[in-house]
Design a protein around this ligand. Structure first.
Ligand code: NAD
Length: 487
């Protein structure tokens, strides 16, 4: 870690309060911030430094994974925080910001660096980057970096345009695109786990793996984001970014101690090997769903089209399931099933790997089938379970599942944003989305976006509180597979 000014656009926003301040606080407690670390929070309203610090303190009390008890250490942490007024569209505000940044930097002993964190709506990404460049803020004595939140574009073309604009102010090496799923400890564990365990390393291929199932299920509906979500849908909001990133992290095969460049190169290879879908085969491989009225844990909830802010005849997708195939020597023939949805039965993000059962007679799923599974629980719980099929000694002729598992407590484990901010401050891009990955993801998803926009594929309904449309189960049944574990 080096002397750094952390310039935070959107300092009064939801993400800053819920994630960024608590993450910085926990890094501070773990002695992972440099002594010369300063935050300049930016917003449109006039706020004093003291009032800003009080807001940051409140956010720690409300959202930090570790309880805020020691007031002396909180006070010492808050000393790093200053506030500046800035309206994204006012170029003169950037000049004032530069003065403030330089003032802060004069107190830093070593070469000062600048990290610009864009925790604002995507419509502001381009003007901010261009103003950083035009105002001289980008001319840091040390390094400069840009941390940018999702969404990175709305489709392939807008993502390419956004990237082109950003590249006028920052090089690819300076851009850290956050996909917070990549910050989750269990996701960061995936490659290490595979590299350092010869048993898994040996099994990580199409000879032993029958299929991979990646699920991100939410129980919530659209909440306050209705207006935004109705133009976005599950495909853009979850699938193009988080789900495809999980697929890449699972499918890459890395030599031990791989560098960030190698990780990204291998991820790119996975995306390049992903068999493309076209108009003709989308319907057979992608299930589009939307929830109707139902109940979540016994509490009735309305259907999507009856939610406040959603248009009555909306064809928006709140659920996606898809079958993907990777055309490379390790994965050829192994279907990757991905599903994500709102208003599902249970909140859970997990990856399930089903191993082949060579002696199995039929390809149909029997009532008492017990598969051999490796399960990575990513959230809300973190853990790994190996489920093995074993003979039940008390019930001859029957089988039972034996579980080997470990789970961690969420209080002890760093939050995704702690990992990511720490990595960005240290210049480690391993767990950030490289432009190549983002572009290839949009390219893969674009024909599906087109099919949805043209309504050339059906929109299936599912009751809130269910596992999604029945067609999602049929997608796997066609291949003799089955979604394992409830979602
Ligand atoms: P928010 O609406 O709560 O906050 C936006 C911030 O931008 C506010 O501080 C607001 O004052 C500021 N702002 C708005 N207009 C401005 C202007 N003209 N000049 C200067 N500042 C202005 O949004 P959020 O939920 O904090 O999200 C921020 C970004 O992070 C978005 O891109 C969002 O997609 C992304 N994101 C948010 C979450 C989350 O959990 N909230 C999760 C993932 C990604």
């Amino acid at each position: 870690m080096e002397a750094t000014t952390f310039v935070l656009f959107g300092a009064t926003g939801d993400l800053a309060r819920r994630k960024i301040y608590p993450a910085l606080y926990n890094l501070f407690l773990d002695h992972k911030l440099h002594n010369s670390f300063a935050v300049i929070g930016l917003g449109r309203r006039e706020v004093t430094d003291e009032a800003y610090q009080a807001m940051v303190e409140r956010s720690l009390r409300d959202f930090s994974r570790r309880e805020v008890k020691d007031t002396a250490s909180v006070r010492s942490f808050l000393k790093a925080f200053r506030y500046n007024v800035l309206d994204v569209g006012h170029t003169e505000d950037y000049v004032k910001l530069l003065e403030r940044v330089e003032q802060v930097e004069t107190g830093m002993g070593s070469t000062p660096n600048r990290m610009f964190y864009l925790s604002v709506g995507p419509e502001f990404f381009e003007p901010i980057a261009l103003n950083i460049e035009a105002s001289g803020l980008g001319a840091a004595k040390g390094w400069k970096r840009l941390v940018i939140e999702k969404p990175f574009g709305h489709d392939l073309q807008s993502a390419q345009e956004l990237n082109l604009t950003l590249s006028k102010a920052f090089t690819e090496e300076e851009i850290y695109r956050i996909d917070h799923y990549l910050g989750k400890p269990m996701v960061q564990e995936l490659d290490v786990f595979q590299q350092t365990n010869p048993v898994l390393h040996a099994l990580w291929n199409n000879r032993y793996i029958a299929n991979v199932q990646i699920t991100a299920a939410e129980t919530v509906g659209v909440e306050e984001r209705a207006g935004y979500y109705d133009h976005v849908g599950a495909l853009r909001d979850m699938f193009q970014n988080h789900m495809l990133q999980l697929l890449m992290m699972l499918a890459i095969r890395l030599p031990k101690d791989s560098s960030a460049d190698e990780v990204r190169f291998k991820k790119r290879e996975v995306m390049e090997a992903l068999e493309p879908l076209d108009e003709a085969n989308i319907e057979a491989s992608v299930i589009r769903g939307q929830y109707t009225a139902g109940a979540i844990k016994g509490i009735p909830v309305p259907g999507y089209r009856s939610e406040a802010g959603i248009s009555a005849g909306s064809m928006n997708d709140t659920f996606i399931a898809a079958r993907l195939q990777i055309d490379d020597p390790f994965w050829k023939g192994v279907p990757f099933y991905i599903r994500t949805g709102k208003r599902m039965k249970e909140k859970s993000t997990r990856i399930v790997i089903e191993f082949k059962e060579p002696l199995k007679q039929s390809s149909t799923v029997e009532e008492d089938d017990i598969p051999n599974l490796l399960v990575f629980e990513i959230s809300p719980n973190e853990g790994i379970t190996l489920q093995l099929k074993a003979r039940d000694p008390r019930n001859k002729g029957k089988f039972k599942a034996v579980h080997i598992d470990f789970h961690t407590s969420s209080i002890e484990v760093p939050e995704a944003y702690e990992n990511l901010i720490h990595d960005a401050l240290n210049g480690d891009p391993s767990f950030f989305a490289h432009w190549n990955e983002v572009e290839l993801s949009w390219k893969w998803v674009q024909p599906i976006l087109n099919a949805f926009a043209g309504n050339s594929v059906p929109l299936y309904s599912y009751a809130a509180g269910s596992h999604g449309p029945a067609e999602s189960d049929q997608l796997l049944a066609q291949d003799g597979h089955h979604w394992w574990l409830d979602a």
